[in-house]
Design a protein around this ligand. Structure first.
Ligand code: FAD
Length: 302
């Protein structure tokens, strides 16, 4: 059996695997797609000490770094069940059952897509999901934020300080964000809020040049010229496969303590699949290190 089995090969999983392997314990990592969300990212400018890098390049470095150690890497494998028996068991979709004394869950998350024409086509060409990551790329430009929940309104407030104008498009007739956020949003001079707006299409040529929405009250199409669209309709953790095996919050995020421990003894979690408040590469890596050290502590005590 493994001492530490990591599920997920993004920044959190890679960091967990390296920290665990450096303790000289038997470490394995299962990853459906090594690199995780980083593989979908173009420019990265907030990975501290690296002024600029690109997703696929960082993903390759993650894998190269893990390979420096004696880690059993199982790529293109998806975990489908977690169960505590004498050891902790993880069943893969191919039917294999892996056994380990401790497990670190780092299966990440995915941004919910709006699913309109232009979204996929202009990803990284004006369509963005992360204001902390991509906000500065739109300095001085006009952008839309789709979604009027807390994350959309937070994104709009954040972006308003960087871009020239922010238009918030909300499908319903009211914003869902907390009222203190709404008050702050409405106090900003360069923000327009459009409610009852159903996004229809993100338009562009080689990059985004506008957005078309249906005014739901009249059924009319409206078009706004702009250069960027931030889709803020939710970040979904990849945790459905866990069922009730470990405690998850209302959003489906795995609940962890300060050592990365979950509700199941010996099972730790890190990165975007957890209830960590902010989802970033550097934060995932930090929590991956914490979870691995937490697992090591658990091993020497049990
Ligand atoms: P992920 O990166 O999501 O990795 C999850 C891993 O788990 C993957 O290997 C996946 O294949 C695997 N997995 C999932 N389910 C299973 C399963 N059942 N079995 C086996 N494996 C599974 N952050 C920044 O700091 N700076 C940026 O500039 C930045 N830009 C971004 C741009 C985009 C377009 C996106 C989508 C995200 C961006 N982020 C950025 C956020 C950052 O990518 C994430 O915070 C980070 O990747 C989270 O790391 P993670 O390891 O927790 O999860």
């Amino acid at each position: 059996p493994f001492d530490v089995l990591v599920i997920g090969g993004g920044p959190a999983g890679a960091s967990s695997a390296i920290y665990a392997a450096r303790k000289g314990i038997r470490t394995g990592i299962v990853a459906e797609r090594f690199g995780g969300q980083v593989m979908d990212t173009l420019g990265i400018e907030n990975f501290i000490s690296v002024k600029h890098t690109e997703g696929p390049k960082l993903a390759a470095s993650l894998e190269e770094h893990v390979k420096q150690y004696n880690v059993d890497i199982m790529k293109l494998q998806r975990a489908k069940r977690l169960e505590k028996k004498e050891l902790i068991e993880v069943e893969l979709e191919n039917g294999a059952v892996l056994k380990s004394k401790t497990v670190i869950l780092s299966t990440g998350a995915r941004w919910r897509n709006i699913g309109v024409p232009g979204e996929a086509e202009f990803k990284n060409k004006g369509v963005a999901y992360c204001p902390h990551c991509d906000g500065p790329l739109f300095a001085g430009k006009h952008v839309a934020v789709i979604g009027g929940g807390n994350s959309g309104v937070e994104a709009a407030i954040d972006l308003a300080g960087i871009v020239s104008h922010v238009t918030v498009l909300e499908y319903n007739d009211a914003l869902k964000a907390d009222s203190v956020l709404q008050d702050r949003l409405y106090s900003l001079p360069n923000v327009t809020v459009i409610k009852n707006a159903q996004t229809k299409e993100i338009t562009g040529t080689d990059k985004v040049n506008g957005i078309t929405y249906v005014e739901r009250e009249t059924g009319e199409d409206k078009h706004i010229e702009l250069q960027g669209v931030f889709v803020q309709i939710g970040l979904v953790p990849n945790t459905d496969w866990l069922g009730d095996s470990v405690e998850r919050n209302r959003m489906g995020e795995i609940v962890v303590d300060s050592h990365g421990a979950t509700s199941m003894p010996g099972v730790f979690a890190a990165g975007d699949c957890t209830n960590s408040p902010y989802k970033q590469i550097i934060i995932s890596m930090g929590s991956g290190a914490t979870a691995a050290l937490g697992a090591f502590d658990y091993l020497i005590r049990n």
